[in-house]
Ligand binder design. Sequence first.
Ligand code: CUA
Length: 312
Amino acid sequence: MGTLTTSFDPASPEAAAMSQLFIITLMICAVIFAAVVGLIAYSLMRFRWREGASEAEPSQIAGNRKVEIVWTLIPFLIVVLLFSLTARTMSSSDPPPAPKPDLIVVGHQWWWEADYPQSGVIAANEIHIPVGRPLCLELRSADVLHEFWVVQLARKMTTVPGHPNYIWLRADHPGTYLGVCSEYCGTQHAWMRFLVIAEEASTFEQWQQAQLKPAAVPAEASAAHGLALIKQMTCANCHAIQGTGVDAHVGPDLTHFAGRRELGAGVAENTAVNVRRWLADPHALKPGVNMPNFKFSDAELTQLVAYLETLK
Ligand code: CUA
């Protein structure tokens, strides 16, 4: 899910600074590698044993001050260069946090919650941001260590239980950027993905306004039965659906569930077919997930899917 992204394709000044440092380091290493391999290859060819050649060894050298100074000085200068480039990149890619964060991101086993304190929006696994504007993120964890990483946009940062960390997030171009958890955090660490969706300020504002609306009242009987089931079953002990009285904050907020592109933090596309598969047995799609298998009947699955699909 999401497009494959690499640090060679940065989309923010912070990511560009890190990408440059990586490329410079890679080039220095490539030159050293080529020199070492080249010298070994030369020595193998030049001094190899030949039929009928004299048994004399090549001339042996024991100690040469000039050579020793050169081969100490060159690595020393490389280390000094890498140190100063790294220090420069660290300061440009990690400015001090703002007094108040624009966004609070919470790592959970195994999904991401995104709270917008200024507007009150609560999203899951999809972080919308206005393009070109740096946002200060406060990173928290609900359980264990996770690591927030959007390779094209910002540095990595660990989410630590009980200790908020901060990073800046910005995208220079509108687009969808893949984010991952990059700290092993349990069975489904690999499926703890998220999308950062950078959009023009007006589109971002529209999105925020739409997210603030409560869930639509289901018009169809099937969907209404779905909502009744959610209230009656233990779904309501973990999830929230604004405007319905279902208001727990253990699992993802489902108020605008149908508007999200992916299911289970990236494990499948958010389609009616996949939602049904998910509800029928969450562990078949995402083994170890905290959502239990409710053993719903086919009729119940149809009602639940009908209702969840209304949550645009
Ligand atoms: Cu969360 Cu790995």
